[in-house]
Design a protein around this ligand. Structure first.
Ligand code: SAM
Length: 221
């Protein structure tokens, strides 16, 4: 069946390209020990983002949603020595776990974890911009708000990444058919995020279908 073939291809990809290593697996374990949700970026999506950041030679990025530091480690590694990641996390306990992950990965000099609501912290980060990249991976209903900020604070040639942009498999649906009170605003947020980037003449955007849907858009002008 189609499903078993897709599964076989996913297994093959992970086996061959090895998206994780001991340090990243420790992050997943650390998150589990702290009873944090297992919602790290998809392995292959994270790997792809790392490769793209390395190709582009980006040095300064923002991440919205640190969780335990899994994607932050991928990004900080890719930024290289002299690079810097500003990672925003509103749960102070999660932020502490993320800091520990960056310490253990030997990347703490390359990452600043900012504790607070992204809508407020981003305002403070504005003066440190413009940025080479911004990875949006927090509350889906606010993706359009984060996009407003990202569009203004990304340099030409920089990129906006958005995770979970398949909306947990529901992004294609007419909003009128979604009655779940949590899901509906999340899907609305992701739909708006995708179509705004797709239709913005200042960006060239696509969606990577590897895991949960990863939208990426490069600023043209
Ligand atoms: N990027 C992480 C990774 O791949 O390892 C996963 C991030 S997880 C999907 C989303 C995170 O966003 C959670 O840790 C949550 O506490 C945080 N978050 C949710 N709403 C937020 C907000 N308004 N401002 C900042 N962080 C928020």
């Amino acid at each position: 069946s189609l499903e078993s073939r897709l599964q076989a291809l996913e297994d093959y990809s992970q086996r061959t390209f090895k998206p994780t290593d001991a340090v990243l697996q420790e992050v997943v374990q650390r998150a589990r020990q702290h009873n944090m949700p297992n919602i790290h970026v998809g392995r292959m999506d994270g790997l792809t983002m790392e490769v793209i950041i390395r190709m582009a030679g980006y040095k300064k990025m923002v991440e919205i949603g640190a969780l335990a530091g899994y994607s932050g480690i991928l990004i900080a590694r890719a930024l290289g020595p002299g690079g810097h990641l500003h990672s925003v996390e509103y749960n102070p306990d999660f932020a502490e776990v993320a800091r520990e992950s960056f310490r253990k990965a030997g990347l703490d000099d390359r990452v600043t974890v900012h504790v607070g609501r992204a809508s407020e912290v981003l305002e403070q980060l504005t003066e440190l911009g413009p940025f080479d990249g911004i990875f949006i991976d927090a509350d889906k209903n606010n993706y359009p708000v984060y996009l407003d900020w990202a569009e203004k604070n990304i340099r030409v040639g920089g990129a906006i990444f958005g995770d979970n942009t398949f909306g947990f498999g529901h992004v294609w649906r007419n909003l009128d058919t979604i009655h779940d009170h949590h899901l509906k605003p999340a899907i609305a947020g992701v739909q708006t995020f995708n179509s705004r980037l797709a239709d913005n003449p200042n960006f060239r955007a696509t969606i990577l279908p590897t895991d949960q849907g990863l939208t990426m858009a490069v600023r043209l002008k």
